[in-house]
Ligand binder design. Structure first.
Ligand SMILES: [Zn+2]
Length: 288
């Protein structure tokens, strides 16, 4: 089954749900120095206050946000007949997120994998997910005004997932690994075509490492599609998922269509990314 794109803005807004997740960067100091944790916390709190004050000022376009926590939007599952699958854990993925994504409760996944402590799962670990009907996109949204652009990339590889691209970026010298905020799978590495994975840089609201020009790493949300669209076409399901994700981000952060760009459109960049076969006209029409 394909992702259904919600046709009207009102429907998208009504699907906003508060997540039960803790705010990861306040609870995961291993990634940061304490100074960084405090700076992140302060920035997050401030952005909440800013959003709240915009709302109190009578801006009806904002959905009600709480200053203290993220929300998430979930979409239709990429469904198949219930089956057991193996999921390779990506960076920053938690048992909570994996359980919600596959619609299988945490206890079932934990006993199937003889895991006692759900906080001990590791990047790259293979987890048996019993009897899942397929992954459901879960897009966390954080109240902030920093994101003004969305930059679309391809991996320029034929295969990959959040784990393998994270490994690649670590090898390339990116200390924080996966340089993009979101990754959309193409059906390789055991992931389903169109499956959306959330990178640690999004969960922790960090700068990207995907377009080092025009301040785009600081203000641009980096979304990568697995594939090489200089050589092959994007799959229909991948494009559906990209449209779904980008529309949610545009809507929530008030990003105009003109600010949704390809890596090749970042001023100062000479790259073909996301490839000459990427269907710009169709994509732009669908997010309009
Ligand atoms: Zn790129």
């Amino acid at each position: 089954m394909k992702l259904k794109i919600l046709p009207e803005r009102a429907k998208i807004l009504s699907s906003y749900k508060r997540t039960e997740e803790p705010i990861p960067f306040l609870f995961d100091p291993g990634i940061f120095s304490m100074k960084r944790v405090f700076l992140q916390a302060a920035r997050f709190a401030l952005s909440g206050v800013l959003v709240s004050s915009v709302m109190l000022g009578g801006c009806a376009r904002r959905v009600p946000l709480t200053p203290t926590g993220p929300l998430s939007v979930s979409g239709q599952p990429l469904a198949h007949a219930p089956r057991n699958i193996y999921h390779v854990v990506g960076p920053s993925e938690t048992m909570w997120r994996i359980s919600k994504t596959y619609g299988v409760d945490m206890q079932t996944i934990m006993s199937a994998n003889r895991i006692k402590d759900p906080t001990k799962i590791k990047n790259g670990q293979r987890l048996l997910i019993p009897n899942t009907s397929g992954p459901r996109p879960m897009i966390p949204l954080f109240p902030t005004r920093r994101w003004t652009h969305i930059v679309v990339h391809h991996t320029a590889t034929h295969e990959g997932d959040a784990f393998t691209i994270d490994q690649m970026h670590h090898k390339r010298g990116f200390w924080n690994g996966l340089g993009y905020h979101f990754l959309i799978n193409n059906g390789t590495e055991g992931k389903m075509d169109g499956q959306i994975q959330i990178g640690p840089r999004w969960i922790k609201q960090m700068d990207g490492a995907h377009a080092n020009a025009a301040g785009m790493n600081e203000k641009g949300i980096g979304v990568v599609l697995v594939g090489n669209f200089s050589e092959t076409q994007i799959t229909e399901t991948e494009l559906d998922s990209l449209v779904f994700l980008v529309k949610i981000l545009m809507d929530y952060y008030h990003i105009p269509n003109a600010n949704v760009i390809g890596h090749r459109d970042v001023p100062g960049k000479s790259t073909e990314c996301p490839g000459n076969y990427f269907p710009w006209a169709e994509f732009k029409r669908r997010i309009a």
